[in-house]
Design a protein around this ligand. Structure first.
Ligand code: FHN
Length: 433
């Protein structure tokens, strides 16, 4: 047996400890983070066999459907109208630069060809085509990056045991091997990071179901980074980021807010940020969900996100036939018209020098500051002092120069008369000397 002196033992112990905590992202990863922050806008897609029931992705839990009964659903999933290119082109024309799609949601059903289970699209549906493969090819063809949502929480696998706060009525045996579940999860992640080309990121969800469990996160994170160093890891655990994570996401909240009720513990960290929101109320297809958000509200959400130095991930829940709801398409077209005109004021920007205010937000890029006025109804507008000397202030849309006066406290700008107060965002472009 080897003999270690005390200092060596201490070094080994503390060395390993710090190895477990330290995380140095690779150059590829840092580059991808920059790309991602410049990209600003992505499409979130929640699609699974549950769409057949038209009652969103939580139906198994909310209707206490046991496994055996739920197993009948995939046979009805036959999305003959699905065309991955159509979805990708819709995202692209809306101004989105990446797509984050559910590969496996809490029902555990793999929407990709998984060799590790027959609970997947190839073995259980008549459709028998790999949705994720089609999306990966279409994204590559049209220049969008693909991010993959993966639910750590699993209502189907028996080895997801001890069970967490949900999935208790699925009729699974009261035994299972947690280590086996983690191995299965790491195996599926390996499939996803091996068979689908370059993956922009992994969007984890469901950790919150079993907060006390030993998830061995670092093992999973290191595996992902080893397979694809640029892949950004984020987890919707509603907490401050863990070592090994590359971005921080918020659900139905701007960073720092807690209106949606999910962001309670989440301090805003230093990683790239993202906020996700639905186009109606639910994430997955829900026939009776008609709470469609107006395009103006969603455009303003995108703009606010940019002002909070965050990306915006806007969700669609496609129908079981493979089509995206016409109501969503209409709204996305309006958003696309807006990004065509105003995209420059958000893409490639970072949160601006003026912190978000009740009237709106600011973004900045190189020698430009964009002031996004979303709620201001008079003709004179004041903003506080910014660093640097102002050269010009123009109405971004008409490119007309505006009159302004600067003093030690800030700048008063004369906004154009007869401005349309109902427009989503009135943008001032400030050029600095
Ligand atoms: O439970 C999920 C929900 O179904 C959906 O996927 C959202 C998306 O952010 N996340 C979870 C709840 O936090």
């Amino acid at each position: 047996m080897k003999k270690y002196t005390l200092p060596i033992l201490l070094a080994l112990f503390f060395g390993n400890l710090s190895l477990a905590q330290d995380y140095q992202p690779t150059q590829e990863n840092l580059k991808n983070r920059e790309w991602y922050q410049d990209a600003k806008f992505g499409m979130f897609i929640h699609w699974g066999v549950y769409s057949v029931l038209g009652v969103h992705e939580w139906v198994m839990e909310t209707q206490s459907i046991d496994k055996k009964t739920y197993e009948k659903i995939p046979a009805f999933f036959n999305p003959t109208e699905f065309n991955a290119e159509e979805w990708v082109l819709l995202a692209k024309s809306s101004g989105m630069k990446y797509i984050t799609i559910t590969t496996k949601h809490h029902d555990g059903f793999a929407m990709f060809d998984s060799k590790l289970t027959d609970w997947d699209i190839m073995d259980r549906t008549v459709y028998k085509k790999d949705v994720i493969k089609q999306m990966a090819e279409a994204c590559k063809k049209h220049g969008l990056k693909l991010y993959l949502y993966y639910s750590q929480l699993d209502w189907y696998q028996n080895d997801y045991y001890p069970r967490g706060n949900t999935g208790k009525k699925t009729g699974r045996p009261d035994k299972g091997n947690w280590e086996n579940y983690l191995e299965f999860m790491n195996g599926q992640l390996t499939e996803l990071l091996t068979n689908y080309g370059e993956i922009g990121g992994i969007w984890f969800d469901g950790w919150w179901d079993k907060k006390e469990a030993d998830w061995q996160l670092r093992k999973t994170y290191d595996l992902i980074h080893e397979l694809q160093p640029q892949t950004m890891i984020g987890s919707n655990h509603h907490q401050a980021p863990n070592p090994g994570e590359d971005f921080q996401m918020f659900e139905k909240d701007l960073p720092g807010e807690n209106k949606g009720g999910y962001s309670g513990d989440a301090e805003v960290g230093k990683l790239p940020l993202e906020t996700a929101e639905t186009m109606a109320k639910q994430w997955g297809f829900s026939l009776q969900d008609k709470a469609y958000k107006p395009s103006k509200e969603l455009i303003q959400y995108l703009v606010k996100a940019a002002g909070y130095n965050s990306n915006f991930l806007l969700n669609v829940g496609p129908m079981p036939n493979g089509k995206i709801q016409p109501e969503f398409i209409e709204t996305l077209k309006v958003i696309g018209d807006w990004t065509d005109t105003y995209g420059e004021t958000i893409y490639g920007t970072r949160g601006g020098p003026i912190a978000p205010q009740s009237w709106g937000v600011s973004t900045h890029k190189n020698d430009k500051i964009y002031i996004h006025i979303m709620d201001w109804k008079t003709d004179n507008f004041f903003f506080p002092k910014v660093e640097g000397k102002i050269n010009t202030i123009t109405d971004f849309q008409t490119k007309k120069k505006l009159k302004y006066n600067t003093n030690t406290y800030g700048t008063l700008v004369e906004l154009p008369e007869n401005r349309d107060y109902n427009q989503a965002d009135f943008v001032l472009e400030i050029t600095l000397k």
